[in-house]
Design a binder for this molecule. Structure first.
Ligand SMILES: *[C@@H]1O[C@H](CO)[C@@H](O)[C@H](O)[C@H]1NC(C)=O
Ligand SMILES: *[C@@H]1O[C@H](CO)[C@@H](O)[C@H](O)[C@H]1NC(C)=O
Ligand SMILES: *[C@@H]1O[C@H](CO)[C@@H](O)[C@H](O)[C@H]1NC(C)=O
Ligand SMILES: *[C@@H]1O[C@H](CO)[C@@H](O)[C@H](O)[C@H]1NC(C)=O
Ligand SMILES: *[C@@H]1O[C@H](CO)[C@@H](O)[C@H](O)[C@H]1NC(C)=O
Ligand SMILES: *[C@@H]1O[C@H](CO)[C@@H](O)[C@H](O)[C@H]1NC(C)=O
Ligand SMILES: *[C@@H]1O[C@H](CO)[C@@H](O)[C@H](O)[C@H]1NC(C)=O
Ligand SMILES: *[C@@H]1O[C@H](CO)[C@@H](O)[C@H](O)[C@H]1NC(C)=O
Ligand SMILES: *[C@@H]1O[C@H](CO)[C@@H](O)[C@H](O)[C@H]1NC(C)=O
Ligand SMILES: *[C@@H]1O[C@H](CO)[C@@H](O)[C@H](O)[C@H]1NC(C)=O
Ligand SMILES: *[C@@H]1O[C@H](CO)[C@@H](O)[C@H](O)[C@H]1NC(C)=O
Ligand SMILES: *[C@@H]1O[C@H](CO)[C@@H](O)[C@H](O)[C@H]1NC(C)=O
Length: 775
């Protein structure tokens, strides 16, 4: 009996002991009070290394209550910190582990700062946290090194940081209420875990702009609350699981820029809730349902561009009245463009390029119908066999139109003057058609035009002076036409403007003259004063004759010159040795005589020199590029002599050479041509592919860039910059660097700007420019 009693006593005290332990543990937890909170926040303050607004120094002071600090919210009853929101203070520093002691915190937002370093795992176990926002910082860490264990969390936003590693398989085990998971714009790789379907409440899943691979797990179809799936810009493979069509609340489905394959499952086209539907740039195939208006009644963004879709564009699409963006370019769609397309009154962006689409009428009636789309800003029809004439109703298109591509569409007839009504056009491309007649002089009204491409048509007449009014023009392509007359002297108005264009986009300041493959006759001569900034000249395959002017030597930035296949004569001017940037020179197939000037040995960047089939004579120089005979072509010059390895005859004892006198410098542009002679001109500020690239790029729009692309970056005229800097006066210089000088200036409208003038045009200068722009 006694024994039993004592035994139970022992049991009792053991229980007691255990209870005691529990009480102690509870006390420890409860000991997190406002003092703990303050300590945690002061630890954060300590970890901030840069606080440009002095938030911490002036406000977060330990002699005032935590609850009065900026960014802090306390609960009145518990007197604990429930929200910490210090977004957009430009803070630099790291996140201390003590922050995890804010055990009553429901909202933690550190977004839009410059915080860096690994996020301590204590943060991810804050059980009362509902909202976690680290968007736009430089935070790192691998999500797999910890496990999200936040039993109350509703939203996790880690967008645009440097998180990496794989997404852990068990990512959702401890996130029962999670509604939004934004891990986009990080460096995650590996597969999308199928256990994501454990986050049953998930409404938005954003994994865009990572490096995820593998297939989209079909389990995603079990997340019935999903409203948005954003997986663009990853490396996802495989087919799109048809289970996605089970998601009856889905509004946004963005799967573009992956490697998805296969026929799109029909039910996917049958998601009546979809608003943003983007599959751009995958390898998907299939055709559109005939009553797409009933299948996708609410769709606003419909992007299938850059895939392998085929079949016709059903006319029912014109019933999808919410459409603002329709991007079907670069597929194999065929049939007619619906004539009722103008019923899409909200349309802002229409790209149908590079398909097999036709017009049901030669007057392109669908184009007239588009006049009803008053918000249209972008229209790309290029590369479709439209086979018709541009109707003058093209001038009734939306005045907000900024981009119009109708290149390579088998269009005949004249360019309607009415096109000049489109006064907000930035880019107009009609290249590669069968257009005839003159360039309308009314083009001078397109005051905002930056790119004009009329190349490869059958345009006649002269280069209208009115084009010289297009002060913002930086790309002009007119080659491959039958234009005639002289190059107007006002052209130099354009070149000077463009030479000072401080464009965006890593646009290199290339000024490129391309008059190639035409019937230019006359002599060659440049007003060097105006064309100093030339980087390239291509006048090959014309009928130019006479001497090359010595003034060419003033083109210090010239990197590329091709004068092949002309009838140029006389010697190579000594001044060619001053073309210090020259990389490629082709003078082949002319009648150039005399000797090769030794000054050319100085051209240290020259890597290709073609002098073949001329009448050159005398000794070939032996220095510079002439030491590398794979880089020099001299064949077909019977009278040249030199070292035996050059496969020319050895030189006899040198005798004085008869120098041809080069003709007098001529100071104006004087390629003056008889009117009857066809002339084609192409001047480009950027190389041609730039324009094409833009055209291409514009077909590819992600949700992020839908309506903001086509950026109209401000351009400046030479005059504006000259005035703003007092003709680049010394006293306006605010800095000098290895590559150039920086001038401070104020424009007439009061805007303060900095202007960098590069002393040299080289890759490193451009890199430095790009780096500076980023900063
Ligand atoms: C917080 O708890 C600590 C010990 O756990 C205690 O010393 C302190 O007085 C408490 N502070 C407040 C404000 O309750
Ligand atoms: C901190 O800022 C808040 C909000 O502006 C203000 O109410 C408070 O008095 C400030 N505290 C100090 C110590 O300046
Ligand atoms: C709090 O301390 C700061 C210095 O840390 C001081 O400048 C400020 O005047 C103090 N404020 C109060 C209300 O005592
Ligand atoms: C706060 O957290 C740190 C690290 O997470 C821990 O070492 C410390 O003991 C905690 N402090 C308090 C007062 O709870
Ligand atoms: C998650 O939190 C719960 C509750 O605090 C705890 O029991 C569990 O051990 C934690 N799990 C992990 C993996 O940390
Ligand atoms: C993405 O993954 C590939 C290998 O799959 C790797 O080569 C590349 O560097 C990764 N890119 C980023 C940004 O992590
Ligand atoms: C997921 O959905 C499928 C039907 O698509 C169903 O058969 C399966 O049981 C669901 N799984 C879970 C875990 O709910
Ligand atoms: C599309 O949905 C409708 C009704 O929701 C249904 O009747 C039809 O069979 C579906 N079509 C496809 C191809 O799934
Ligand atoms: C389409 O995706 C491929 C990679 O899959 C990429 O190389 C290409 O640049 C993308 N095209 C466009 C226009 O973005
Ligand atoms: C547009 O919808 C109406 C009503 O459903 C239908 O009668 C009409 O045929 C549709 N138009 C086209 C072009 O499919
Ligand atoms: C070219 O510029 C000069 C000087 O600014 C001006 O007088 C002339 O009218 C311009 N020519 C054209 C065609 O714009
Ligand atoms: C010689 O010229 C060729 C062709 O331009 C080039 O590939 C090669 O690198 C040059 N060799 C030397 C030694 O410069």
């Amino acid at each position: 009996m006694e024994r039993n009693f004592s035994l139970s006593m022992i049991t009792l005290s053991l229980t007691h002991f255990l209870l005691l332990c529990l009480v102690v543990a509870a006390a420890a937890a409860a000991s997190n009070n406002i003092t703990t909170d303050q300590q945690a926040l002061l630890a954060l303050k300590d970890h901030i290394t840069c606080d440009p607004t002095n938030l911490f120094a002036h406000n977060w002071t330990s002699n005032t209550s935590v609850c009065t600090w900026i960014g802090i919210t306390c609960d009145v009853n518990s007197h604990r910190v429930t929200a910490l929101d210090i977004s957009q203070f430009n803070l630099q520093g790291t996140i201390p582990p003590q922050l995890g002691n804010l055990s009553s915190l429901a909202t933690l937002s550190l977004s839009h700062n410059k915080l860096s370093g690994d996020v301590p795992s204590s943060i991810y176990t804050m059980h009362s946290l509902k909202f976690l926002d680290f968007t736009d910082n430089q935070l790192s860490g691998s999500v797999s090194s910890f496990v999200f264990n936040m039993s109350s969390i509703l939203e996790i936003l880690l967008t645009n940081n440097r998180f990496s590693g794989e997404l852990p398989k068990n990512i959702c085990y401890y996130l029962p209420y999670l509604k939004a998971l934004f891990l986009n714009k990080n460096m995650f790789h590996g597969k999308i875990p199928s256990a994501l379907s454990k986050c049953k409440q998930l409404q938005k899943l954003n994994l865009q702009f990572n490096n995820l691979s593998g297939a989209i797990p079909k389990e995603i179809g079990n997340l019935t609350m999903l409203k948005g799936i954003y997986l663009e810009y990853n490396k996802l493979h495989g087919e799109i699981p048809h289970e996605i069509a089970n998601l009856r609340n889905l509004e946004d489905l963005l799967l573009g820029m992956n490697n998805l394959v296969g026929v799109l499952p029909a039910p996917i086209f049958n998601m009546s809730t979809l608003k943003l539907f983007d599959l751009i740039n995958n390898s998907l195939s299939g055709s559109l349902p005939s009553r797409i208006d009933l299948s996708l009644p609410t769709v606003e963004f419909f992007g299938l561009a850059l895939n392998r879709f085929s079949g016709t564009i059903p006319s029912s699409i014109t019933n999808a009245s919410k459409l603002t963006v329709l991007a079907l370019g670069e597929n194999t769609f065929s049939g007619f463009i619906p004539n009722t397309i103008g019923n899409l009154r909200n349309l802002e962006w229409l790209s149908l390029e590079n398909n097999y689409l036709k017009s049901s009428t030669s007057k392109l009636s669908f184009l007239s119908s588009l006049a009803n789309c008053k918000k249209l800003r972008f229209l790309n029809l290029a590369g479709n066999p439209l086979d018709g004439f541009l109707p003058s109703s093209i001038g009734n298109l939306s005045v907000s139109l900024e981009t119009l591509f109708i290149g390579n569409c088998s269009i005949s007839g004249n360019i309607p003057q009415a096109i000049s009504n489109l006064s907000n056009l930035l880019t107009l491309v009609l290249e590669g058609n069968k257009l005839t007649g003159p360039i309308p002089i009314t083009f001078g009204r397109l005051q905002k035009l930056q790119g004009l491409d009329l190349a490869f048509n059958k345009l006649v007449g002269s280069f209208p002076d009115e084009l010289c009014h297009l002060a913002r023009l930086d790309q002009l392509f007119l080659f491959g036409n039958k234009l005639s007359g002289s190059i107007p002297s006002c052209l130099s108005n354009l070149t000077s403007l463009r030479s000072l264009y401080l464009g965006s986009n890593s646009l290199k300041y290339i000024l490129f003259f391309d008059f190639s493959s035409n019937f230019l006759v006359g002599t060659l001569s440049f007003d060097i004063g105006n064309l100093k900034v030339l980087l390239g000249i291509n006048l090959s395959e014309n009928n130019l004759s006479g001497d090359m002017p010595a003034t060419i030597g003033g083109l210090k930035d010239l990197q590329f010159m091709d004068l092949a296949f002309n009838r140029l004569e006389g010697p190579i001017p000594e001044s060619f040795g001053d073309l210090t940037s020259l990389e490629v020179l082709n003078l082949s197939k002319n009648k150039i005589s005399g000797s090769i000037p030794t000054s050319m040995e100085k051209l240290i960047y020259l890597r290709e020199l073609n002098l073949s089939f001329n009448k050159l004579e005398g000794e070939i120089p032996s220095g510079g590029i002439f030491t590398n005979f794979t880089a020099v072509s001299i064949m077909g010059n019977e009278l040249l002599c030199g070292l035996p390895n050059l496969q020319v005859q050895p030189c006899k004892v040198s005798k004085p050479r008869t120098e041809h006198k080069s003709r007098k410098k001529i100071l104006l542009i004087v390629i003056v041509l008889p009117l009857s002679i066809a002339l084609t001109i192409a001047i480009t500020l950027a190389l041609k592919y730039k324009l094409n690239e833009c055209g291409k790029r514009s077909t590819v729009l992600s949700n992020d860039c839908i309506l903001s692309s086509q950026a109209t970056l401000r351009r400046f005229s030479c005059l504006e910059l000259l005035q703003a800097t007092d003709n680049f006066a010394e006293n306006n210089i605010i800095g000098r660097g290895g590559f150039g000088s920086v001038y401070g200036a104020r424009l007439e409208d009061g805007m303060k700007i900095a202007i960098k003038v590069f002393h040299q045009q080289c890759a490193s200068a451009l890199k430095s420019f790009e780096a500076e722009c980023e900063v």
